[in-house]
Design a binder for this molecule. Structure first.
Ligand code: NAD
Length: 269
């Protein structure tokens, strides 16, 4: 029988119309949570994402279309979520992210602004709104999807690396501020980052294509892995989701302020 230990809990997963976010939304729903999804996409993509998350759990999934570049849209979403969840969400997964890989001097200013807004500032806005209600209840989980690029740098990714180092720092501050809230029995308030290496999602496609050199997609994937990820295996979105669900367990009450690599040894080198 499925372990629905999150029954009665509510969650928001940003950027969950695709990739890692959609996998996390499905996994939280399967563990019993009522899940709000967010993210861009065609009406069909959004409808499919809602249907997938509904099918994974008990239904009631709702999509919030806020563009995370817009702080006012985030504030409106968080107000609506407080009503939808009956007083504030229990689990916040800041996952939405974009990438643009070119050398620093070629990086368009608009890309810098968008990447910092989506990958970093949106997490500040959602955490600021959601965490006081978590503290009042004695249980809350913030899982921020950072990256190995929150721990080490690569060239051609100035705004991405800056945003991911930023979200690791932001998470550590919030972890300290909320560490003493709640109890072992209530589960406490924890804030952690998951730091994936290469994960099979649409986000990495341009980087795979750039390495195909006239060959197949598999050739591009092999070249990408060979550069950085010693396991030479991609991570699957469901594998990141399994870790996010574990962090939501009561038993994980003392895991806070961490930045956990899931990177096949990338950052061990
Ligand atoms: P993806 O492209 O499959 O999904 C990104 C999601 O973010 C989508 O739902 C998209 O609609 C949403 N999004 C983009 N711009 C938005 C905006 N302005 N407002 C609201 N939502 C927006 O990518 P993914 O690989 O699943 O990435 C998810 C997270 O994982 C990102 O933060 C990414 O940096 C991180 N990550 C991915 C990898 C990887 O190899 N795929 C590695 C490390 C970290």
């Amino acid at each position: 029988m499925a372990d629905t230990f999150l029954s009665g809990r509510t969650a928001l997963v940003t950027g969950s119309t695709s990739g890692i976010g959609l996998a996390i939304a499905r996994a939280l729903a399967a563990a019993g949570a009522k899940v709000a999804i967010n993210g861009l996409g065609t009406p069909d993509q959004v409808a499919n994402a809602i249907a997938e998350v509904d099918a994974a759990g008990s239904g009631g999934t709702r999509h919030f279309g806020a563009d995370l570049r817009d702080p006012d849209a985030i504030a409106a979403m968080m107000d609506e979520l407080a009503a939808w969840s009956g007083g504030g969400i229990d689990i916040l997964v800041n996952n939405a992210g974009i990438q643009h890989a070119v050398p620093l001097h070629e990086m368009p200013v608009q890309k810098w602004n968008d990447i910092l807004a989506i990958n970093l500032s949106s997490a500040f806005h959602t955490m600021r709104a959601a965490m006081p209600a978590m503290a009042a209840r004695g249980y809350g989980r913030v899982v921020n999807i950072a990256s190995v690029h929150g721990l080490v740098a690569s060239k051609d990714k100035a705004p991405y690396v800056a945003s991911k180092f930023g979200i690791v720092g932001l998470s550590k501050v919030a972890a300290l501020e909320y560490a003493a809230q709640g109890s072992r029995d209530s589960g406490g308030i924890t804030v952690n980052c998951i730091c994936p290496g290469w994960v099979e999602t649409p986000l990495i496609e341009p980087q795979v294509e750039a390495r195909m050199a006239g060959g197949s997609r598999d050739d591009g994937v092999r070249a990408l892995l060979a550069e950085k990820q010693p396991s030479l295996r991609m991570t699957l979105p469901d594998e990141i989701a399994a870790l996010a669900v574990f962090l939501c367990r009561r038993e994980a009450h003392n895991i806070t302020g961490t930045a956990m690599p899931v990177d096949g040894g990338w950052t061990a080198q």
